[in-house]
Design a protein around this ligand. Sequence first.
Ligand code: SF4
Ligand code: SF4
Length: 105
Amino acid sequence: MIGLLSSDELVREPLVAEVTSDTCISCFACEEICPYGAVERVPYTDPETGAEAEVARVNPGVCEGCGACVAVCRPKAVDLMGFSDEQIYSEINVLSNIVNVKDEA
Ligand code: SF4
Ligand code: SF4
């Protein structure tokens, strides 16, 4: 992210969303909000209980990486590949520390 913010040009990375099946609660808010129709429903069998359900899956060939599904997913079952919430917060913390060091200099 530091490289992204400090470069003169923005180069679009091929970000796509990815669902963690065992965290998905099958609400399909992601399917409803996706402007590109990239969310599919796929069968899922719980490895512990054997219970069967449908969960969301993102078709990586259709996903445009807009992040709308990440924002609406209440259990945080969707990440943009390469940028989990934790990674984004970590990058923001690094940037914040750099700004603080410069302010103190
Ligand atoms: S919004 Fe999240 S929990 Fe709901 S179906 Fe999509 S991935 Fe699953
Ligand atoms: S990142 Fe955007 S385009 Fe990709 S699945 Fe989520 S809402 Fe759809």
